[in-house]
Design a binder for this molecule. Structure first.
Ligand SMILES: Cc1cc2nc3c(=O)[nH]c(=O)nc-3n(C[C@H](O)[C@H](O)[C@H](O)COP(=O)(O)O)c2cc1C
Length: 203
């Protein structure tokens, strides 16, 4: 029985591309794993505290950090909704990372998260794809890829619904067809990746 840890961090509960796409991923996952478990945290609705000095000193002995680290270690796969805010991740997601990454415990060679597949739905209002004018301003994929592989030894895959502001910003009107194509592709990717991951974990 596989366990999926699902985190959302978009501030808005409705009309959120990352929430919609992670929900599609979970629906496809449940189809493959009707008896599987999905552990859910809404980091925007129920934010975690910032890491403080006593929690750093306590490491895995801190009650919250120990709970979060155990939840992560028990997950066979992890799904994260990570919208771009000010070129980077939401502070609530950063708080989760700061709490859950414990040097010498799970941030250690051969630690319990080594090889765990993470799928990140990285929604953004604009486009930061290679070759675009703002490509150098991308600190969601670039950061998460480094922190999840470099500290936890995880595997990371991205789904990127981009140009989400095209429908609401007149100056982006000509980008609406690209935005719609990106959204459609994100749902296709979510279903296919969830199915492929479920099959891989069942094998
Ligand atoms: C506080 C805030 C900061 C944002 N900063 C950026 C940004 O730096 N770059 C960008 O492309 N979009 C930015 N956006 C737009 C969001 O990335 C976009 O609306 C995205 O779709 C939000 O994710 P969601 O649809 O999953 O909720 C920002 C939105 C908010 C609310």
């Amino acid at each position: 029985m596989a366990t999926l840890l699902h985190l959302d961090s978009a501030v808005f509960p409705q009309g959120s591309a990352s929430r919609d796409v992670t929900a599609a991923f979970v629906a496809a996952w449940r189809e493959q794993h009707p008896d599987g478990q999905v552990v859910y945290r809404d980091l925007a609705a129920d934010p975690l505290p910032h890491l403080d000095a006593s929690a750093i000193s306590a490491g895995a002995d801190d009650a919250l950090r120990g709970e979060l680290a155990a939840e992560l270690a028990n997950a066979d796969a992890v799904l994260i909704g990570a919208p771009m805010y000010n070129f980077s991740i939401p502070s609530t997601l950063k708080a989760w990372l700061d709490q859950v990454i414990i040097v010498g415990h799970n941030a250690a060679p051969g630690g319990p998260v080594t090889g765990t597949p993470f799928t990140v739905v990285a929604s953004r209002g604009g486009s930061y794809a290679s070759g675009t004018p703002r490509a150098d301003f991308e600190f969601v994929q670039n950061y998460l890829e480094k922190v999840l592989t470099g500290l936890l030894g995880a595997e990371v895959d991205f789904i990127v619904p981009e140009l989400t502001l095209a429908h609401s910003k007149p100056e982006m009107a000509e980008l609406v067809p690209l935005a719609d194509a990106s959204r459609t592709q994100a749902f296709t990717d979510a279903k296919e990746k969830a199915k492929a991951l479920a099959a891989r974990l069942a094998a």
